[in-house]
Ligand binder design. Structure first.
Ligand code: CMP
Length: 140
């Protein structure tokens, strides 16, 4: 299995619920290494840029308002099969459909406030990592 990197965001609801450490522990326990980490409060414009692929969706305004309402924790995770592994740890986008023991099952309120984001494939991972981090920050 290939070593991959993926972008993870602990969304404002996860930070508000005080479960940042709990979530990071799940990544580390699954042998995903934290390459780089920062806590930032995204502007509406930054959230819109990150989610530009969804700009024509009916939930775009709600999504970008939510993502800019408070700080988020952004990490690059590295490990074997990191992209899929992170998606398994997160659980389904809609927490009502998420498996037991996943982050979204345990903490998410609904499809909008779903606690975490993770890249959905190698191409998106590359673009999403580049959106938040310079190459020189990804040296660990
Ligand atoms: P995420 O993995 O961050 O990628 C896009 C996000 O859009 C998704 O998680 C959801 O939080 C959000 N999203 C998807 N569908 C809806 C919806 N119907 N209403 C609100 N937000 C949504």
């Amino acid at each position: 299995m290939a070593i991959e990197r993926t972008l993870s965001i602990i969304k404002p609801d996860g930070v508000e619920k005080n479960v940042v450490g709990n979530i990071l522990n799940r990544f580390e326990s699954a042998s995903l290494k934290i390459v780089v980490l920062k806590m930032v409060h995204l502007s509406k414009k930054e959230a819109e840029g990150f989610y530009a692929v969804h700009k024509d969706r009916p939930f775009f305004e709600e999504l970008t308002t939510f993502m800019s309402r408070g700080p988020v924790v952004i990490t690059v995770l590295e490990g074997e099969d990191a992209i899929n592994k992170n998606r398994t740890i997160m659980g389904a986008t809609n927490p009502a459909e998420a498996d037991e023991g996943t982050i979204r099952k345990d903490f998410a309120k609904d499809v909008g406030e779903n606690s975490v984001h993770g890249s959905d494939g190698p191409d998106t991972a590359k673009v999403e990592i580049g959106y938040f981090f310079a190459e020189t920050e990804l040296v660990n």
